[in-house]
Design a protein around this ligand. Structure first.
Ligand SMILES: Cc1cc2nc3c(=O)[nH]c(=O)nc-3n(C[C@H](O)[C@H](O)[C@H](O)COP(=O)(O)OP(=O)(O)OC[C@H]3O[C@@H](n4cnc5c(N)ncnc54)[C@H](O)[C@@H]3O)c2cc1C
Length: 487
């Protein structure tokens, strides 16, 4: 997107400096703008970068994107996928359809990362915000209680900006993370992967149109996923250091994919090779500095989770920054960003790494055993639902309490049960009294509730059995913050 002809100068002070206008930085900026938090968003590049990156938005991320008012336009711009499948050639081992998930969005939204970023930016601009493009973060020095960051502008001139908080949403090679000295331990497995976004014809309809499908056969693994706009994405172990050609993609499909002789790759729209890294930052914050998105965690793209996790990092951090900056919560609330998000990232890296290892088994006997285990698991009660909920990220929450059907503080609250109210706290009541907005609190009538529920701005349960008068709940809000050990 071309920068506008009159670009406002970079401010010299701000409450929150966000480095990186990828999905995490844009989601954070749009959230802060909606909450009225003063911030500055910068990105080193002049425009949204091309390339094969995220191709899908999961239901949980859509639930958050709805809170910031951008889900509908993304849904309009994308296509709906049904879910995931595991296949051995034509044999279905496991089918994980999203159809019955308890969410307003029971589908995988197929949409390119570039389209997602373009819509997030457009939304941010409609709210009156902007991205300062062509501005590269170089480093920072402490400037109590915040930081003084050095930014190289498009004209090459160095500028300083004082920020109370600095958030590194600057991707896997994060300069913010490097500047804080936070370690990024993990692995970089040897295996090189080929990725190609293609147009493919198959009169027999052998190429999956609705489900992201992992083909796991004696010949090896191949991912085939429908993309927005009638394209398909193919991912498999690279056959050479060069990006795959149409012939190589066709061969991978014939040898590993659906057993069919009518598959024709008509166009390779983009192709490249990539190496997976599996890393989680040691800490997600250091004093006034925070890390979100790929700056904090990176892993195998299998399962389409990375960008989605970054958007939810943003959702977790945004309301906490707002609460602290407006005096609603003590500064210690910000420590819960690491406490809540680090375990989620560590669990995700472990899960995707385990799946990638299973998918890439080279010994045919082990591969056959794996496939038999997947097929048996698919028939066991609850297993497919468990996998579907996990991939859709609807199982994620901030509680270790097992689900016994009772309210659990820290668990996700489905918007089907308690409607989302933007970035307000939500008080759900059985009676229709007080319905409406009361400062940061929105009251909603939810018939049949056993006791009043208080839901955080990012959609997790803060408390149950609270008072039913909004003024009392507002007075007691600080006792329902996640840092409060008595909750
Ligand atoms: C092949 C592939 C397929 C993928 N598929 C999926 C998928 O299906 N689903 C999914 O959820 N995820 C997927 N991912 C992962 C997803 O692309 C990333 O998780 C996502 O891009 C992370 O977003 P981010 O905002 O954290 O960082 P990024 O998208 O990396 O954005 C970082 C931004 O920071 C800017 N920046 C960097 N350094 C500086 C600096 N010094 N100063 C200023 N600006 C700076 C960059 O220009 C960039 O705009 C895939 C990734 C790959 C490689």
């Amino acid at each position: 997107m071309a920068p506008s002809s009159i670009t406002p100068a970079l401010p010299t002070t701000t409450d929150v400096l966000i480095v990186g206008a990828g999905p995490a930085g844009l989601a954070l900026a749009a959230s802060l703008r909606q909450l009225g938090v003063d911030h500055v968003l910068i990105d080193r590049y002049d425009e949204v970068q091309p390339g094969s990156k995220a191709a899908a938005i999961q239901p949980r991320a859509l639930e958050y994107l709805d809170r910031i008012g951008v889900a509908d336009r993304l849904i309009q711009a994308g296509d709906r996928g049904r879910g995931f499948r595991l296949h051995d050639r034509t044999q279905t081992l496991l089918s994980a359809s999203y159809d019955n998930l308890d969410t307003p969005y029971p589908f995988v939204l197929l949409i390119s990362q570039q389209t997602t970023e373009t819509h997030l930016l457009a939304h941010l601009e409609e709210l009156g915000g902007m991205a300062h493009r062509g501005h590269k973060f170089l480093g920072y020095t402490p400037d109590f209680p915040g930081v003084a960051a050095t930014i190289a502008g498009p004209d090459g001139v160095l500028r300083s900006i004082s920020a109370r908080y600095l958030v590194g949403c600057d991707g896997v090679h994060s300069a913010v993370r490097t500047a804080t000295g936070i370690g990024f331990p993990g692995n970089a497995p040897e295996q090189l992967f080929a990725i190609a976004d293609i147009r493919v014809n198959s009169a027999s309809g052998a190429v999956p149109k609705e489900d992201t499908t992992f083909f796991l056969s004696a010949a090896g693994m191949l991912l085939v996923s429908p993309l927005a706009g009638g394209l398909h994405r193919i991912v498999g172990p690279a056959q050479s250091p060069a990006a795959p050609t149409a012939a190589e993609v066709g061969r991978l499909l014939t040898e590993r994919g659906p057993r069919s002789d009518d598959i024709e790759v008509t166009e390779v729209v983009s192709a490249s090779n990539y190496r997976i890294q599996e890393r989680v930052a040691e800490r997600f914050s250091e004093g006034p500095v925070f890390l979100a998105g790929d700056a904090a965690h990176t892993h195998s793209p299998a399962g389409g989770q990375g960008m989605n996790t970054g958007i939810q990092d943003a959702g977790n951090l945004a309301w906490k920054l707002h609460a602290v900056l407006t005096g609603l919560a003590p500064v210690a609330l910000l420590d819960t960003y690491h406490d809540e998000r680090h375990p989620i990232a560590a669990g995700l890296v472990a899960f995707t790494s385990q799946f990638a290892k299973l998918a890439n088994l080279r010994d045919p006997a082990e591969g056959e055993l794996r496939n038999r285990v997947f097929a048996a698991a698919a028939t066991a009660p609850g297993v497919t639902e468990w996998i579907t909920t996990k991939l859709a990220q609807l199982d994620l929450g901030y509680t270790s309490e097992p689900d016994r059907g009772l309210p659990r503080v820290g668990a996700r609250v489905s918007p089907n049960a308690v409607p989302a109210t933007g970035l307000h706290w939500t008080l759900a009541l059985d009676q229709p009294d007080h319905t409406g907005e009361h400062g940061v609190l929105a009251v909603r009538h939810v018939p049949g509730l056993e006791s009043p529920l208080l839901v955080r701005p990012d959609g997790y349960l803060a408390a149950y059995g609270v008072a039913s008068e909004p003024e009392k709940v507002l007075d007691q809000l600080s006792s329902h913050l996640p840092m409060n050990p008595t909750r």
